[in-house]
Design a protein around this ligand. Structure first.
Ligand SMILES: [Zn+2]
Length: 324
């Protein structure tokens, strides 16, 4: 059977009583209702022990050609087949960006800042508006942690030429900062990234401290080296009241292509072999310990679990586990 409007209408009305049916007919005959062009506020909030966690949407972006980004050491057919078997389109993909706000009761810590004002025409750069929609002000943020210094993580640091979070101190990895801020990047594939860091991060250096593997931002929030995606990419373990959450940042950039095939090369990864090794180490831990995690590029609201499956992992979106 073909799902034409007519057959849908028949389906919709077939089970209705004679009392309800005329109302449906009246509604169908009314003038058209314009679609709302308003973007809904998008954030997800839950508690983790004494911490309150708010995952903020920075918006999303449509990108053509998944095969040019993921599985670049595989045939295009292989990548397309995996997408198809997961009910995903093969010609384009959606990227989401999810900075996370952690209220410890004494600090309000923002992990990554999204694409910022430069991305707004393209539908991203919504972190600031969603932070406000979630009930906070940018002035309340006391710490901004940068998991790494790619443009979609540092873009929101500045707003109209001034710090977007005026009262915050900053934390990032020493290796990461040294790599991107160095003039040695000029003339290499990392030159654009270097320019972004010089524009957005270096001006904040006097309020920045550098964190190493196993060190804490504040009590209960611990950095882990997860190098590969970038030279100094760090992830964070959160623990409060006996509950745990990992912020895995860009250890995986797609919920199917990166997680089901962690060994596939990804164009975004600076050191592709190291990134794959790190990806497997991170998600082996997440799976083995049955941890909840926020993945910066997982489908919004970007919170879930993984289970080991074949050569990789199956992403299990969080539903209500963290609300109970
Ligand atoms: Zn990213």
């Amino acid at each position: 059977m073909q799902f034409t409007r007519r057959s849908m209408f028949k389906l919709a009305t077939a089970g209705l009583t004679s009392l309800a049916a005329p109302q449906i007919l009246v509604r169908a005959a009314q003038a058209e209702v314009p679609m709302s062009a308003t973007m809904p506020a998008a954030y997800k909030r839950f508690s983790l022990g004494e911490f309150e966690i708010t995952v903020l949407s920075d918006g999303h972006r449509i990108v053509p050609g998944p095969q040019k980004i993921f599985g670049t050491n595989q045939t295009e057919e292989e990548v397309s087949a995996l997408l198809e078997s997961n009910y995903l389109p093969v010609d384009k993909m959606q990227f989401t960006f999810a900075p996370t706000l952690v209220n410890t009761g004494t600090d309000l810590i923002l992990f990554d800042t999204g694409n910022g004002e430069g991305g707004r025409e393209g539908g991203v750069g919504r972190t600031l508006s969603n932070l406000k929609a979630s009930g906070y002000t940018p002035e309340q943020v006391t710490v901004v942690v940068l998991t790494h210094l790619h443009g979609d993580h540092i873009g929101g640091l500045m707003e109209s030429g001034a710090p977007a979070f005026p009262n915050a101190r900053y934390v990032t990895g020493q290796t990461e900062y040294d790599f991107w801020s160095s003039e040695d990047r000029i003339g290499t594939g990392a030159e654009n990234g270097h320019k972004g860091v010089v524009g957005k991060v270096v001006p904040l250096a006097d309020k920045m401290s550098f964190i190493g593997d196993g060190e804490s931002v504040v009590s209960g929030i611990t950095a882990m080296a997860a190098f590969g995606h970038t030279p100094g990419h760090m992830i964070y373990g959160l623990e409060s009241g006996g509950r745990k959450l990992m912020l895995t940042a860009d250890s995986a950039n797609h919920f199917v292509l990166s997680l089901q095939r962690p060994d596939w090369e990804v164009a975004f990864d600076t050191d592709k072999a190291m990134a794959a090794t790190t990806r497997k180490a991170v998600f082996d831990m997440v799976a083995t310990d049955r941890l909840a995690f926020v993945g910066y590029h997982m489908p919004f609201p970007s919170v879930g679990y993984v289970e080991k499956a074949g050569e990789g992992y199956r992403f299990i979106p969080e539903t209500y586990q963290l609300d109970l």
